[in-house]
Design a protein around this ligand. Structure first.
Ligand SMILES: NC(=O)c1ccc[n+]([C@@H]2O[C@H](COP(=O)([O-])OP(=O)(O)OC[C@H]3O[C@@H](n4cnc5c(N)ncnc54)[C@H](OP(=O)(O)O)[C@@H]3O)[C@@H](O)[C@H]2O)c1
Length: 274
């Protein structure tokens, strides 16, 4: 007999073994006593159509989607909510009746993490500088637009990628070698490149131009305190780590599936950072 409350969930990506999503969602499934399971499934890009079709046929009720499928998965959605539509990528799928909907909870995760880390953060106080123009930067540029940040500067190695985001979200493109100039009156500096991540080159940036009142947010969370955050802390800037963005994007996905807004508690943070 099928159980209508049981949810078969999974995160899809390639590679996938690094994903923390199973730890997060299994923690909440257990904590809130809801029924379900959450798997991590590796799907190479060429196999997406076939394997996704098999998962739907197998009765899965919802998915998270990570790199490199966040855009390609959209073609299998019957509909997308406003956030997914505006961002142009999907990271959460769920059923409404028999229709498969795509959502994107990354911008929510980005905002919640900052607002929970820096009390009374004033988004409108000054410009924001985004370093990088990949998938995460696109969701963040959308979040900054929602929060009415007055000026957004996107500095990226490949100008065309920054231009694409600016065309959709507004803001200004700045060349990678002018990132220090972009900092002059900034209220918020966000690293969305993979630089500074364990195993990658460090992010080399001189922060002398950055006002001491600015907040520095690195979405890279391995290591938790990146060299950028160390540098910012040493000169007295407030800092925000990337782990919360991951946890809060998951919070909204769980709420979409189960109708329960789960807590981002210390036990969970400890489990995810292990
Ligand atoms: N905390 C969270 O919840 C969260 C969520 C999503 C992503 N992330 C992290 O954010 C990072 C970016 O993710 P993503 O999905 O946006 O990746 P992505 O789409 O591959 O974008 C990577 C970005 O990094 C830039 N970059 C890479 N190597 C560089 C180098 N040597 N010099 C200068 N720029 C370089 C790329 O520039 P080009 O455009 O020139 O290639 C691009 O802007 C990853 O470390 C990921 O783990 C964290």
């Amino acid at each position: 007999m099928s159980d209508d409350h049981y949810k078969k969930l999974a995160v899809l990506g390639h590679p996938i073994k690094q994903s923390k999503s199973p730890i997060i969602h299994k923690h909440w499934i257990e904590k809130y006593g809801v029924k379900g399971d959450y798997a991590a499934i590796d799907i190479p890009p060429a196999a997406l159509e076939h394997e996704f079709g098999e998962l739907i046929a197998a009765g899965y009720n919802g998915f998270n989607v990570t790199a490199p499928h966040k855009q390609d998965i959209m073609q299998y959605c019957d509909a997308r909510d406003r956030d997914a539509y505006e961002i142009g990528a999907v990271n959460t799928l769920y059923f409404k009746g028999d229709k498969l909907w795509g959502s994107n909870t990354d911008s929510y995760g980005f905002i919640e993490n900052l607002e929970n880390s820096v009390k009374n953060f004033d988004w409108t106080k000054g410009p924001a500088v985004i370093l990088g123009a990949g998938g995460a930067a696109r969701a963040i540029a959308y979040a900054l637009k929602q929060k009415s940040v007055p000026i957004v500067r996107i500095c990226n190695r490949t100008i065309a990628n920054a231009s694409d985001i600016v065309a959709d979200m507004g803001g200004y493109v700045m060349p990678w070698d002018q990132k220090e100039e972009a900092l002059l009156d900034a209220n918020l500096l966000i690293n969305t490149t993979s630089l500074g991540m364990t195993g990658k080159a460090p992010l080399e940036i001189n922060l002398d131009n950055l006002p001491q009142t600015a907040t520095v947010y690195d979405i890279v969370y391995a290591p938790l305190i990146t060299p950028l955050l160390e540098q910012a802390q040493a000169r007295g800037n407030q800092t925000v780590t990337g782990i919360g963005m991951l946890l809060y994007q998951a919070q909204k996905a769980f709420e979409i599936w189960y109708g329960i807004k789960p807590d981002v508690d210390d036990d969970l943070i400890e489990k995810v950072l292990k």
